[in-house]
Design a protein around this ligand. Structure first.
Ligand code: CAA
Length: 392
């Protein structure tokens, strides 16, 4: 049975911080960000936008009523959850009006979680071929003002509908995972921002890539020559470029090396404008590749490297389905350019904003008219979300 991704959706916030502005405010050479990290802009999420609203906004446009009837599992992968107990997937299941007899839950392992969710979704469809699984990767990456990670923040969600006979890509049976217990990046429950051993985290990322890729090639008798493109987890695109250079096989014909490099450039276009969206970053890279590459064709194989700090890595591959391009958007870059630019002062205001609860745990919010879904209020400590009605 062929199982894979039938539809992909993406959502980000309506606000953007241009990194040239951030560089000026932090007295940093702008080229450190544009060339040193390969980043241009970051999406900034206001209080009314969180992983629930972003996740629902990513999934809503891709789901038809027949999908909602067939989805019997909703998995949200995140490392910026809004509740220690109730799963984000339960809120999103409700907001999207998915049929009730579904299993909805949250999954966590830093930026790796969505890959584990896809693995589970695939097993589920193998057993229940007529069902569909909605996998959402949703995160807001927040490192702190004036920290080394600040220019790599971001906000966004990717939604993937997993089914048999998918129309975009098929999962190949070749996953190789690796776990190693390291402290490169973590966020204790009492902290709103992560602790990061920056340089160490990049070393772990690159070493997990190299060692997992070696094992993958050994187990599956495959090598770089078998792939048209390689997508990487994108904490910031420069690290992924280092990854590509690390595994590049210089004995490949120049034409194929050029194709891999060209496709890499296409895979980072969205992340360069959105920043790190943690669990969704790898799949935002995949979407960017599929929507912008002009050299991919049906049956081409794409390798994916998933990395979650802590750390779990996984390499797997997918094959493109004939007609895959019909399921994609060609206007995403223009849409990203519609976001409202923030001054650094406005960004800092949003960064530090917190819900001001009264003694009973109530707060109400406004200014979310341009969002698709919004956190409208907190009532007795319960977060209340709405689908924002658009006036025509
Ligand atoms: N012009 C051009 N380039 C310049 C420059 C200039 N004026 N000044 C510096 N650079 C270059 C540097 O040479 C460096 O490039 P190389 O890596 O090729 O040497 C690059 O800019 C970055 O500069 P620094 O090495 O000084 O590092 P930094 O202060 O920008 O911090 C970081 C980098 C530690 C990764 C920081 O961004 C960070 O802490 N990020 C968060 C952690 C992270 O993303 N880790 C990645 C692996 S963990 C993971 O993948 C999970 C996840 O999503 C978090």
């Amino acid at each position: 049975m062929k199982i894979g991704i039938d539809k992909i959706g993406f959502a980000t916030s309506n606000y953007v911080l241009k990194l040239n502005d951030l560089a000026a405010a932090r007295a940093t050479d702008p080229e450190k960000l544009s060339k040193g990290l390969l980043l241009k802009e970051l999406s900034i999420a206001p209080l009314t936008e969180d992983i629930i609203t972003l996740g629902a906004a990513a999934a809503d446009p891709i789901l038809k009523s027949e999908d909602k009837e067939k989805i019997d599992m909703v998995i949200v992968a995140t490392e910026s959850s809004i509740d220690q107990s109730k799963a984000a997937a339960v809120f999103i299941h409700g907001l999207l009006a998915i049929q009730p007899f579904a299993r909805s839950f949250e999954i966590k392992e830093a930026c790796y979680g969505a890959t584990a969710a896809l693995d589970y979704a695939k097993l589920h469809i193998e057993k229940y071929p007529d069902s569909k699984v909605l996998v959402i990767a949703s995160d807001i990456a927040k490192y702190g003002i004036n920290t080394p990670g600040e220019p790599t923040q971001g906000a966004g969600a990717i939604a993937m509908l997993i089914s048999k006979d998918p129309r975009i890509l098929i999962f190949n049976e070749d996953n190789v995972a690796q776990t190693r217990d390291v402290m490169d990046f973590w966020r204790p429950n009492y902290s709103t921002t992560p602790y990061v051993n920056g340089l160490y985290s990049t070393q772990q990322y690159l070493d997990c890539l190299k060692t997992t890729w070696d094992e993958y090639q050994k187990r599956h008798k495959l090598s770089l020559k078998d792939f048209a493109a390689y997508c990487f987890h994108l904490p910031y695109p420069k690290l992924a470029l280092k990854g590509l250079n690390k595994i590049m096989d210089k004995s490949l014909p120049q034409e194929q090396q050029d194709q891999l490099k060209e496709n890499f450039e296409k895979s980072i276009l969205y992340s360069q404008k959105v920043g790190n969206i943690y669990t969704g970053s790898l799949f935002l890279g995949l979407l960017s590749l599929l929507e912008n590459s002009d050299n991919l064709k049906a049956c081409d194989k794409i390798a994916l490297f998933s990395y979650g700090s802590g750390a779990v890595a996984e390499i797997f591959s997918v094959s493109l389905v004939p007609g895959y391009e019909n399921q994609l958007s060609r206007t995403r870059l223009e849409e990203l350019d519609q976001r409202q630019a923030l001054s650094v002062e406005e960004y800092e205001h949003i960064f530090f904003a917190e819900a001001e609860l009264d003694a009973e745990g109530n707060a109400s919010f406004s200014g979310y008219e341009d969002q698709s879904f919004a956190l409208a209020e907190i009532a007795e400590h319960q977060r209340k979300y709405i689908k924002v009605e658009k006036s025509s």
